[in-house]
Design a protein around this ligand. Structure first.
Ligand SMILES: NC(=O)c1ccc[n+]([C@@H]2O[C@H](COP(=O)([O-])OP(=O)(O)OC[C@H]3O[C@@H](n4cnc5c(N)ncnc54)[C@H](O)[C@@H]3O)[C@@H](O)[C@H]2O)c1
Length: 355
């Protein structure tokens, strides 16, 4: 089997799916591995390092897609990448099809077999998504803290405060991987942190680690009041494979103080705040009702060295099931299967697009 790793095309997306270190055992097992020229450069991996691992560098994406059977990449294909994909390809990457019906339909029509990193897993554990979510949770607080600065258009609140000042109020929607990471960083800064989740075990588990945490386990008046007093709201709700439920309404956003900030991490699945819409690192922030919104769909793309290292090693065992044809017997891979032979395969996609 020929494995192809293209250079990512999304603005400021510096990750690459496989490091040279991850490619070496594939080559040793007799597979041909191709990487697009400069594919790893922004993560600090030069073409020469790939060549030393036995990888063949190809000059452009068109050649790479024409050469490879399996395309392993980070973000969902877009633009000309879609013209290069063919029915015989196995595509293995983040896809987020529930939030992107036109991409879902395009992949279905191409007739290829596509596996989504974000639904790969079992028993509520998502080993490829989790490290990216933890990175996104940490970045969300860094971005939010910066956007609260007055010269950035923020309300002028220092999240951690100092003696004789009020600390910033942070509301995190979701106590999963991204939400827990965000709550941990915001608490460490000294902010007052409230976390909402409909899974009480997750909430109490997080409170054991962060005793100062305030908990919310349902929407309604208490959430409305909390949103109104929030300086930084972070969205991190997920229902695997499906569009994110909207937890915070437009009316609730309108109650927030001017210069407050929303970072909706869940935007890759459509977002969990009514006023969220996808942005990228070229133009990451917009203002709605006086509230700054940052809804970048590839937050970890800004820290590619860290994110590539965290992702690449975890891809390898699952990629091996594609190379050996054993994915049919692998539960996490079956959960990742999104489209095949012109049909949607994931239950959430069937429910959304077919049923
Ligand atoms: N923007 C980015 O760059 C980026 C990067 C990584 C992850 N993400 C996204 O972040 C989101 C969160 O990912 P995660 O790994 O933390 O997921 P997770 O499954 O670990 O956590 C999601 C949490 O949402 C809770 N939840 C689900 N429905 C709810 C509801 N109706 N009310 C209250 N709580 C509810 C779940 O109980 C769970 O604790 C996903 O959409 C993921 O794709 C985005």
């Amino acid at each position: 089997m020929r494995v192809g790793v293209p250079k990512e095309t999304k603005p400021h997306e510096g990750r690459v799916a496989l490091t040279p270190h991850a490619c070496a055992p594939l080559v040793a097992a007799g597979h041909e591995v191709y990487v697009e020229k400069d594919g790893g450069r922004r993560s600090g991996y030069q073409d020469e390092a790939y060549q030393q691992a036995g990888v063949i560098i190809l000059p452009d994406a068109k050649t790479l897609y024409a050469t490879a059977d399996i395309i392993v990449k980070v973000k969902e294909p877009a633009g000309v990448e879609l013209d290069y994909l063919q029915a015989h390809h196995l595509l293995f990457s983040f896809l987020h099809l529930a939030a992107n019906p036109s991409l879902a339909e395009r992949l279905r029509k191409i007739g290829l077999t596509a596996f989504a990193f974000e639904t790969l897993g079992e028993n509520g554990e998502f080993p490829l998504l989790a490290p990216m979510s933890r990175i996104a949770g940490k970045i969300a607080v860094q971005i939010g803290a910066h956007l609260l600065h007055e010269p950035e258009g923020g309300s002028g609140v220092l999240l951690g405060g100092v003696a004789d000042s009020e600390p910033g109020q942070v509301l995190v929607l979701g106590a999963g991987q991204a939400g827990s990471a965000a709550a941990t960083v915001a608490s460490a800064l000294g902010a007052t942190v409230t976390v909402l989740d409909n899974n009480s075990e997750r909430l109490t588990g997080l409170q054991t680690k962060l005793p100062g945490l305030k908990l919310l386990n349902e929407t309604g008046k208490e959430l409305t009041n909390t949103v109104a007093g929030t300086d930084l709201l972070i969205g991190a709700i997920m229902v695997a494979g499906a569009k994110a439920p909207v937890i915070v309404s437009k009316d609730e956003v309108q109650q927030m103080r001017a210069g407050s900030v929303i970072v909706d991490i869940a935007i890759d699945q459509g977002g969990c705040v009514a006023t969220s819409r996808p942005t990228d690192y070229n133009d990451p922030v917009y203002n709605e009702y006086g509230v700054q919104h940052c809804c970048v769909t590839n937050l970890p793309g800004a820290v590619p060295r860290t994110a590539t290292q965290a992702l690449s090693a975890r891809i390898l065992p699952y990629l091996e099931t594609l190379l050996t044809g054993t994915w049919h017997n692998n539960a996490p891979m079956l959960a990742a299967l999104s489209v095949m032979e012109g049909r949607y395969q994931h239950p959430a996609l069937i429910k959304q697009f077919v049923a």
